[in-house]
Structures are given as C-alpha cells and as structure tokens.
Design a protein around this ligand. Structure first.
Ligand SMILES: *Cc1c(COP(=O)(O)O)cnc(C)c1O
Length: 339
C-alpha cells in the first residue's frame, strides 16, 4: 500500500474491510466484516426504483499519540434513524451502528491517515431497501453497510476561499425530504452542481424553496456567516440538512470564540451584514466562501484570497478537537479501541 497522504482528494479508494448486515422479518442479523465491495441485490429493490435509501458521513481522525478518534458518531446514528423514519425504513440501533463503525475503522486502521497529514478516514454508513418488490411500498428487506476510505479536502484547496453560485433550482421542497440525508436530494442536485462547476464555481447555494429569498445551504454543506457585530449566523429552516458540524460550530463560536450564535433567516439581499462566510460539514470541514454569484451580482465577503480571522479560528478549534489536540466538550469524542 502506497498512499500519498498529503495529496489525497475526495475519491473512492478500496479499503480491505466493510461491515454488512441485513434486516428481514423484523430484525437485524448480527452482520459481519466482508472484503466484497459489491452488493448483490434484487432487481426490484426499492433503493433502486423509489429512492428508499439514506446514508451518513463521518470521519476517523488519527491523534498525535497514534490513537483514533471519532467525532460525535452518536449524532450520525440518531440522524440516520430520523432519515430512516422519514422513508419508512427500520431503525439501526445506536449501539449496533457505533459498533459497526468501530469495527470497520479498526479493521482498516492502516488506512487512517497519519497525524499531521491533514487527511482523515471518511466513513460512509448506508441503509438501503432491498428484496423482491415492484409496487410503491417499503421494502421487505434492508441492507446496512459501512465502508471507509482515506480522504483529503472535499473542496479543492481545503482552507482556501472559493466562490459559490446561487442556484435557480431547489434541492428540496418546504415539507419534503430536505432534512433527511437521502440520495434523492443528491440526485436533484447533480444538474445544478454540474452547471455550477461548468462556470468554475465550487458548488451551488440553494435558496429556501418557498420564497427564494433566503439562503438555505450549499447542497453538501451548511452555510454560515459572521457579522461585524461578532455573531455566528446559520440559516434555520426545516428543509436544511441538520449538519452536525454546524451545531458543533454554533457551540464553539459561543463557548470558545465568544461569538453570539444565531440560527435565523439569511436573506440574500442582506449579505452585507457578513464580514466572513463559509460552508461547513464533515466532508467540507470549514470551506471559506470568498464570493457568491447571484444573477448579475457578485458579492465578495472577507477577501477573494485570504481566510477571515474568525473562520480561521473556528477551523483550528474544530479540527483541534477532532484530532485530539484540544479538549472537547463532554461526549464529543469517541475513542476507537484498536486491540
Ligand atoms: C451531510 C450533509 C451536510 C453536512 O452535515 P455534517 O453532519 O456536518 O457532515 C450538509 N448538507 C447536506 C445536504 C448533507 O447531506
């Protein structure tokens, strides 16, 4: 195995082991680690036809002492179960989820990038409806699988500012599945994302689907802005995916940086209130937003090339906690036992 840890992008790399469990007749089997990275599923699987599937994304971080941290994986489990409920899929018990994640990290521990490389192990839990079916109804069987791979930054350059563009498309409906981490939302984002990339933007910014006047999120990450009055502001809406990173930053902004945390409306015509802006998520970590294109208008935040001081401070606080260099609020860090 030769991996150039400091030049990893965000792409698939096959690691040796993944966990796989199946649900049938009302219960999960115990599941097992397997080397097979293909799923053999029925042609009528609801995941294929009706989008009955949800997923999660979390990371394992190599500490300075060689140990491995998970960051708030219990929150990923809870969110996956909320997504599952929305799509009429069975719950994956939290202890089962956490054990599967730990098993996968431990089995692939050589693929957890070294401390200091900036890279991490990205973990992808996936829950899909499978089994014989054709009508629109919940699947008779389910697969829960967890696989992983080492990754670098999601947006090119990591902590360097990039530009985003306001999309005319919606990723979710007001009372739809925007708050669930489901593939359907992402299928809807592929064309807008393609069009944004064609125009050299990092990604789209989606507006609230009801009035198209407020920023919702970035399609794969949540939005935040910092005002001159030292507020850390994130949009509040039932159609945003509730980012664990975002809620962690709301906490850290207040308790570590002394900013005022605000969840509220972010009107597109009030972007002047922000001196800094960024996108946040497990994959995106904190990606500074230099500017937002909205029709003919291009709004620049802090700078087109430099990262603002509060964004930088939040980044160091968050990643310091994740890699074990800064003490974490109670319950945020889970150690992965390696023996
Ligand atoms: C997963 C995801 C995020 C980020 O959530 P985290 O819990 O911080 O990783 C943001 N937006 C969307 C649409 C997502 O799917």
């Amino acid at each position: 195995m030769t991996i150039d840890w400091s030049n990893l992008g965000f792409s698939y790399i096959k690691t040796p082991w993944r966990f796989l469990a199946t649900w049938k007749d009302g219960s999960w089997n115990e599941g097992e680690l397997t080397e097979d990275n293909y799923l053999h599923i029925h042609e009528g699987s609801t995941a294929l036809h009706y989008g009955q599937q949800c997923f999660e994304g979390l990371k394992a971080y190599r500490r300075k002492d060689g140990g491995i941290n998970l960051f708030r994986p219990d929150e990923n489990s809870k969110r996956m179960n909320r997504s599952a409920y929305r799509l009429r899929m069975p719950e994956v018990p939290e202890a089962f989820f956490l054990d599967a994640v730990k098993q996968v990290v431990k089995a692939n521990q050589e693929y957890v990038p070294p401390y200091g490389s900036g890279a991490t192990l990205y973990i992808r839990p996936l829950l899909i409806g499978v089994g014989e079916n054709i009508g629109v109804s919940p699947a008779p069987e389910y697969i829960f699988t967890v696989f992983c791979m080492p990754v670098g930054p999601y947006f090119k350059g990591g902590l360097t500012p990039t530009n985003f563009i306001v999309s005319d498309y919606d990723r979710a409906a007001p009372n739809g599945t925007g708050a669930a981490k489901v593939g359907g939302n992402y299928a809807a984002s592929l064309l807008p994302g393609y069009e944004a990339h064609q125009r050299k933007f990092s990604d789209c910014i989606y507006l609230d689907p009801e009035t198209h006047t407020k920023i919702e999120e970035v399609g794969s990450a949540n939005f935040f802005g910092i005002t001159a009055a030292n507020e850390f502001v994130t949009p509040k809406s039932p159609s945003i995916l509730p980012s664990i990173t975002k809620y962690s930053l709301l906490h850290l902004a207040q308790h570590s940086l002394g900013l005022t945390p605000v969840e509220g409306d972010v009107y597109l015509n009030e972007l002047d209130r922000f001196v800094e802006a960024g996108a946040c998520g497990t994959a995106a970590v904190i990606s500074p937003i230099s500017g937002i294109q909205n029709g003919e208008d291009f709004h620049v935040f802090y700078s087109e090339t430099e990262v603002g001081p509060q964004t930088k401070a939040l980044y160091h606080e968050l990643t310091g906690i994740q890699f074990g260099d800064i003490s974490a609020p109670t319950g945020w860090i889970f150690d992965v036992p390696l023996d």
